[in-house]
Design a protein around this ligand. Structure first.
Ligand SMILES: [Zn+2]
Length: 236
């Protein structure tokens, strides 16, 4: 289940895209540089004329609108990028609250795409239009960097937020897809004991066995174990 709904309103065949297929190996983040235009406004703009440009997603303070399927190329940053990457356009708002909502939605969608396509957000697989311009020189846009700066944010902030969101998405999938929570709990208990963070693992396993099936005890064990792993606490 999506944290934020996505409205799909695909462009007709041939309008502002060629119909060529895309196997995404990365994601480009843009900003529209059109103050106060909503995602719906942007979608209408690309539906209502030949713009010789497009993007997959537009995100404003209360919606995400997708105008091209992920399996088709958008015209967002020159040929090298278009043939490789998905694209998100962040709508432009000076208002801090609106910006915060756009940011949160963009972080979530970027994380969702990274999880689904196995992309590493801490590599060039997640990048700005500025990075594309610098890498291939087919465009001279430097978005969304000045938009981030205007709101006291950096690209590094964005990447950190995406990494954390990916962790949340993975955890949600773990809860959704694995009803055998007990096994995860036992594994976490054994790992925590091996890290020297928990004594008497057998007793904890007994407690877990008796826990109500709706109890989230297993999850807090798994989370603690992940935190310990991230903190670099090795297993003996
Ligand atoms: Zn751009």
């Amino acid at each position: 289940m999506s944290k934020y709904p996505i409205t799909q309103d695909f462009l007709p065949d041939g309008l502002n895209h060629s119909g060529a297929s895309l196997e995404p190996v990365g994601l480009t983040i843009h900003e529209t540089a059109t103050p106060n235009a909503s995602a719906e406004n942007e979608s209408a703009y690309f539906h209502n004329g030949d713009r010789s440009a497009s993007a997959h997603f537009f995100i404003d303070q209360d919606s995400i609108v997708q105008i091209l399927p992920e399996g088709l190329r958008a015209w967002h940053a020159g040929k090298q990028a278009n043939t490789r990457f998905l694209s998100i356009e962040m709508c432009h708002f000076d208002d801090e609250e609106r910006f915060a909502e756009v940011w949160a939605r963009t972080v979530w969608l970027a994380a969702d795409i990274c999880v689904r396509y196995g992309l590493n957000p801490e590599s060039d697989q997640l990048h700005t239009h500025a990075w594309v311009s610098e890498t291939w020189g087919e465009t001279d846009h430097t978005d969304p960097l000045s938009y981030f700066t205007a709101h006291g944010k950096t690209w590094a902030d964005f990447v950190v937020n995406v990494v954390n969101e990916m962790e949340e998405i993975s955890m949600a999938k773990l809860i959704d897809k694995h009803p055998n929570y007990y096994n995860y709990g036992v594994q976490a208990i054994n790992d925590l004991a091996a890290r020297g963070l928990l004594t008497g693992p057998a007793e904890h396993i007994e407690t877990l066995k008796k826990a109500d099936e709706n109890s989230m005890d297993w999850l807090s064990l798994v989370i603690n174990n992940r935190i310990a792993e991230k903190a670099g606490i090795k297993k003996a």
